[in-house]
Every structure is written in C-alpha cells, then in structure tokens.
Design a protein around this ligand. Sequence first.
Ligand code: FAD
Length: 327
Amino acid sequence: MKKIWVFAEYANCTLDRVTLELLTKARELAKSFKGETQVSAVLLGSNIRNVCKTLCDYGAKKVYVAESDKLGLYNPILYSKIITKLAKEKKPDIFLFGATSIGSELGPTVAADLKTGMAAHCVDMKINENEQLVSDVPSFGGKIIGEIICPDFLPQMASVKPGIFMQKELEKLSDPEIVSIDLSGINFDDVPLKAIGIEKREAKCVPVDKAEIVFCGGYGIGNRENWEKLERLASLFGGAVACTRPVVDEGWGYEEQMIGTSGKSIRPKAYVGFGISGATHHICGMKDSGLIISVNKDKKSPMFEVSDVEIVEDLNDVLEELITKLS
Ligand SMILES: Cc1cc2nc3c(=O)[nH]c(=O)nc-3n(C[C@H](O)[C@H](O)[C@H](O)COP(=O)(O)OP(=O)(O)OC[C@H]3O[C@@H](n4cnc5c(N)ncnc54)[C@H](O)[C@@H]3O)c2cc1C
C-alpha cells in the first residue's frame, strides 16, 4: 500500500489552511496510483484531538498524533525529532508540507534527517507513469517550470504555499483512525532550543489572502507617494493592498503583502494590478483570481496575457482619476 502523508500545521489554536489544501491534493494524487493508497496526516501539539475530525473530513484516513503540553509551541528540533522517528518506522512514500514559515523550516530538516530530497515551493504536483511524485517548481527566475522527481530515496517530499491548491471537504464523512505517536526515546528536556511564547504582531494592513478585492502595485508605481495613493484607493473600496517583490525591496510595501512564489497565493474576486510586468514568479500567486484588471503603459506587457481587462495607460492618471471619482 502506498502512503501519502501531510504535515498538519496547527499553531496558535489554528489549523493552517494549507493543511486542508494539501489533503485535498493528496486525495487527487492517491487516485493516480494503481494499487491501494492511504492519505494520512501527522499532527503535533497540545489540545489537538478536536482537529483530527477536520483532517479526516478533508481526506486523512489516519491521523498520527503526538499530544503533549511540551508540544504546544512549535519547536523545530523537537518536532523534527518526533516526525523523523515516525517516518523511519512507518516509511511513507510521499510527505507534503506547507511552504509556510514553519513548514519551510521543518520540512527540509526532516528531509535531511531522512536523507531524502525535497522540492520546495511547488506550484503543482502529479504522479507519473512510474508512480513517482513530480513536483513543478518555477526555476531560472520563473522563466521555466522545472519538474522535480526524487527517484532513489523515500519519502518523496515537497512543500507548497497556502492558496496554490483548492480545499474541498469529502462528500462522505467518517471518523478518523487516530494513532498515537510513540514518544518513547524522545527526551523533551534535552533540546537546546526552547520556545517560550508567541508575540502577535499588529497587522499593518488588511490581509491580502482574505480580501475580496486586491489592489496590487508593481515597480511601475515608481515612488512612495504613488504607493500611498494605491493604499487610499484600496481603502475606498474596502480592499487590500498587495505588491510585487521590487516594491518590498524598495520598502514601500511589506513582505506580508507580496504575491507570488516567494509570497502569498491569492484568489480574490477581483485583482487590480498597477505597473506590473507579469513575471511568472508573480503570476503564479494571482492567476486564479476572479476578474483580473491590469494597468500598464506598455501594451505588450505579459501581464495582459493573464488579464480580463487591459488598461494601457499611465498608472498615475488612472490612480488620480479613480481616487477623485470615489472620494
Ligand atoms: C527566486 C525568485 C523568486 C521571486 N519571487 C517573487 C514573488 O514571489 N513575487 C514577485 O512579485 N516577484 C518575485 N520575484 C521577482 C520577479 O521575477 C520579478 O522581477 C518581479 O515580479 C517584477 O516586479 P514588477 O512587475 O513590479 O516590476 P517590473 O518587472 O520592473 O515591471 C514594472 C512594470 O511597470 C510598468 N510601468 C512603469 N511605469 C508605469 C506607469 N507610469 N504606468 C503604467 N505602467 C508602468 C512597466 O511597463 C513594467 O511592465 C522573484 C524572483 C526570483 C529570482
């Protein structure tokens, strides 16, 4: 029997949505195998039993659970020790993580401990004719999509950002099989790193992955003054402000607002882009938006290839006019 595992990311009493997205994708991958395939989730933390049902509703037939007060706060060393031990015992064929800040640390640590490889920040996954996991990863500045396979070592591991895959509940729900992870041999106190608490940062802006309309600024925005105009326009619509990587580099926008392979993936009802060229790295994160409107003074901009509405204009004029009309 083939085994596909998903790391269930549960922190601050919240199950990260990427877990449900990965379980949904894992179910799809499972169908590509000829023989029986089981999707399971691996869950660590404290007070987590109620999470098992949700994992099951999204496709986990089995949930491996390590529950302890000492696992309430994510600790990379402790978590990786426990997961590596479990994976050595149970030998999954595929192991998926969210490309979140936790998953991006934990996944490669587990992969290194298991002496296998990991395809990071995948934008798609499939099973090939040899029943191997094929992970699509943008490469060479996003100009090509590389197909990564790991033919010689198990598990085949990959990470995916939240928002890349859809999440869908199973139609026929059942109760999960819960398996307690054997924690014998794990010394909780012999860990050189201790997590002592979580300090929540004030959100500086409407979260881009929750807004129905997103106004995204690219390098073409040109200066902070225009960036502030974009923020004003977004607030008039009750929308969120997002950006491309150069905008973060310039210090106009924040990392949390960045859309793309190294940023967030979004699917708002409407995405309005200003001064964005349309690099694959950015498009990967917004192409599934409902209505895509782009403003660019270059009529050959690749951004227009993914847009429903093309506005070939100077963005300064468009911003000015919209703000005046709406104020
Ligand atoms: C490993 C790696 C990961 C990356 N990850 C990401 C990522 O997650 N997200 C991301 O966004 N990028 C990412 N990048 C960078 C990405 O490759 C592009 O460089 C970036 O997306 C380009 O941003 P941009 O479109 O804002 O800027 P540019 O490519 O400089 O485009 C600016 C656009 O503005 C237009 N313009 C200029 N002035 C005006 C005006 N007055 N009116 C109208 N239009 C105007 C221009 O015609 C042009 O099309 C990554 C790169 C690498 C190597």
